[in-house]
Design a binder for this molecule. Sequence first.
Ligand code: GLN
Length: 216
Amino acid sequence: MKIGILALQGDFEAHARVLQKLGVDYVFARAPEDLEGLDGLILPGGESTTHMKLLAETGLEEAIRKMAAGGGAFFGTCAGAILLAREVKSPAQKSLGLIDMSVARNAYGRQLSSDVMALETKLRSEPLEMVFIRAPVIEKTGRGVDILAEREGKPVLVQQGRVLAATFHPELTSDTTIHEKFLQLANGAGHLQNVSAERKNMTPAKGKKRQRKPHR
Ligand code: GLN
């Protein structure tokens, strides 16, 4: 399996450190040809307006759309999640539209713009540490989007098919759970899941007792 990390701007090196830790091959993607033969692409945090501009200028926007059409996996964190959204607000800007969701940029307000908290996810029974830095808020998700974690009733980790998006920064904590989830999507098989479950001696996640309302 080969993974690309979009390396035009932002915290792409933090993602590289996580993949190194997991022993996964990766390349930094800076031009359309860097996407050839990739199973998955990570879109890091940073500044989404700058990212979108650079994607268009380098031809990567077109190459990413082709990779998506060919069934590639994608993982966006913070600004990367904004790029993956179908609709971006405050202010409105162009995006890749690979997840059916509407996001509002920098919507947690000034005081709450950066925060670290432990929240529940559908990925395992223990809460997961999440670092929010001038994070967007996911205001709406379509029917095909699975909400894997929420903060204050708003989704913060979502999945649609092989596309995963977090409004926080899993690459800035030592916990590799979310990257492993992405690698499963990129791999298309349960292999890594088994490996990590054995290593951590985890029991499979149990069904939630309390059902949360879906966000539409
Ligand atoms: N606020 C940034 C944006 O709107 C995202 C911040 C981040 O990636 N940490 O693009």
